[in-house]
Design a protein around this ligand. Structure first.
Ligand SMILES: NC(=O)c1ccc[n+]([C@@H]2O[C@H](COP(=O)([O-])OP(=O)(O)OC[C@H]3O[C@@H](n4cnc5c(N)ncnc54)[C@H](OP(=O)(O)O)[C@@H]3O)[C@@H](O)[C@H]2O)c1
Length: 325
C-alpha cells in the first residue's frame, strides 16, 4: 500500500493553550480507568489543577469513592470500555456536560496486562487483552472525537515502554501496546487537520495494583494450561513473576505519570510522545540495539535460554523486563 503525500493546512497548535485557571472557563477532560493506579492519580492531579473530570469507573463503589474524595469537580461515569452500550451512554453524558464548549481532553488510561507464553496462550485471552487495551481505547476515542473537535481537545494515550521493546511471557501486553502506539500515530496524522493533538505517554515501571492483578490472573490462567507448560517455561514464568513483584515494590509513584499527562494536556506545543522514568529512557536505548544483541540482553534477565555473558549489562537489561508487561 502506498503512502500519498499531500501538503495540508493544519490549525496551528499555538492557537490553543488550555489554562484551567483562566476565569470563566472550566475545561473538561475524560479519563478512563480512574478507579485506581495511574488513572486515579491523573484524576486527582487534573482536579487539583482546576479541570472538571469525567472519570470512567466500572463499579458504583468506585464512583462514590471518587466523588467523596474529590467533590463536584469529578463526574464519575460507569464505563467499561469494552461495552459498546456503556461507551455510548458515557459519550451522551459527556455531551450533556460540555455542550458547545466541547472537550479539552481524553485520557485513554484503562488497561490490563495478560501474561502467558505465546505457545500456550488461549486465543480468548489474547482477545481479552486486545479488547481492553486497543479496541476499547479506539471505541472511546471514536465516540468522543466530535466533542474533541469542537473543543480543540487533545488525546493522551497511556502507552508504555513495552510498546517499543518486549520481554518473554508478557507477549499479549506488548502486542496490545505496540498496537496502541500504531493507533496513536495514525490518529495523530488523521486528526491533525483539526488541530487535535494525539500524545503517547510511555512510562517505565509504576507502582500500581496492575502487577498484583496481572500475577493473580496469570496464575489462574496457568492452572488451565497443560502441565508441560511448567516444565517448558517454568523458569521464564518465575523470572517474569519476580520482575513483576520487584516493579510493584520499586516502580515510580503514579503521580509522576500524572504530572506528565497534565503537561501533555496543557502545554502550548505537546510532544508526540513522552517517556516517563529513568528505566523507560534506558529501555528506549536498548530498544534501538540490533535485534540479536537486544535479545541476548533481555533473555539474560528473563530466565530463558540465557547466555550468562551479559553480567555487565544486567542493570540495563533489568529495565527491559520491567514493564507490566
Ligand atoms: N503500572 C505500570 O507499571 C504501567 C507502566 C506503563 C504503562 N501502564 C499503563 O497505564 C495504564 C494504567 O495502568 P495502572 O498501572 O494504573 O493499572 P491498574 O492500577 O490495574 O488500573 C487499571 C485501571 O483500568 C481499569 N480497567 C480495566 N479494565 C477495564 C475496562 N474493560 N473498562 C474500563 N476500565 C478498565 C481498572 O478498573 P477496575 O478497577 O474496575 O479493574 C483500573 O481503573 C494501563 O494502560 C497500563 O498499561 C502502566
Amino acid at each position: 500500500m502506498g503512502v500519498v503525500f499531500e501538503v495540508v493546512e493544519t490549525p496551528s497548535s499555538k492557537d490553543r493553550c488550555v489554562n484551567p485557571q483562566q476565569p470563566g472557563t472550566t475545561p473538561t477532560v475524560v479519563v478512563t480507568g480512574a478507579s485506581k493506579g495511574i488513572g486515579a492519580a491523573i484524576v486527582r492531579r487534573l482536579v487539583g489543577d482546576g479541570f472538571r473530570v469525567v472519570a470512567g469507573v466500572r463499579r458504583t463503589e468506585d464512583a462514590a469513592q471518587l466523588r467523596g474524595q474529590l467533590g463536584e469537580r469529578v463526574l464519575p461515569a460507569l464505563l467499561d470500555i469494552t461495552d459498546p452500550d456503556a461507551v455510548a451512554a458515557a459519550a451522551e453524558l459527556v455531551t450533556g456536560e460540555v455542550g458547545d464548549r466541547g472537550l479539552a481532553g481524553l485520557v485513554n488510561n484503562a488497561g490490563i496486562a495478560v501474561a502467558a507464553p505465546l505457545e500456550f496462550l488461549p486465543p480468548a485471552e489474547l482477545r481479552r487483552q486486545l479488547e481492553v487495551n486497543v479496541v476499547g481505547q479506539h471505541a472511546v476515542t471514536q465516540a468522543l472525537v466530535p466533542l474533541l473537535r469542537r473543543g480543540r481537545g487533545r488525546i493522551v494515550n497511556l502507552g508504555s515502554i513495552g510498546d517499543r521493546i518486549v520481554a518473554p511471557m508478557t507477549g499479549p501486553y506488548h502486542v496490545s501496546k505496540f498496537a496502541l502506539r500504531a493507533l496513536s500515530d495514525t490518529l495523530r496524522l488523521e486528526l491533525s487537520r483539526w488541530g487535535i493533538q494525539v500524545v503517547l505517554v510511555e512510562p517505565g515501571a509504576v507502582a500500581t495494583p496492575i502487577w498484583e492483578t496481572s500475577i493473580a490472573a496469570a496464575e489462574r490462567l496457568q492452572q488451565t494450561l497443560p502441565p508441560n507448560v511448567e516444565q517448558l517455561y517454568g523458569r521464564a514464568i518465575a523470572a517474569a513473576r519476580t520482575s513483576a513483584l520487584r516493579n510493584a515494590a520499586r516502580g515510580m509513584p503514579p503521580d509522576q505519570v500524572a504530572t506528565v499527562v497534565a503537561r501533555a494536556l496543557t502545554v502550548r506545543r505537546p510532544r508526540t510522545r513522552y517517556l516517563v522514568g529513568t528505566d523507560a529512557r534506558i529501555a528506549a536505548i536498548v530498544a534501538r540495539l540490533p535485534d540479536r544483541l537486544r535479545d541476548r540482553l533481555v533473555l539474560s534477565q528473563s530466565g530463558g535460554a540465557a547466555p550468562d555473558r551479559a553480567g555487565a549489562t544486567a542493570g540495563v537489561a533489568d529495565t527491559v523486563t520491567s514493564d507490566p508487561s
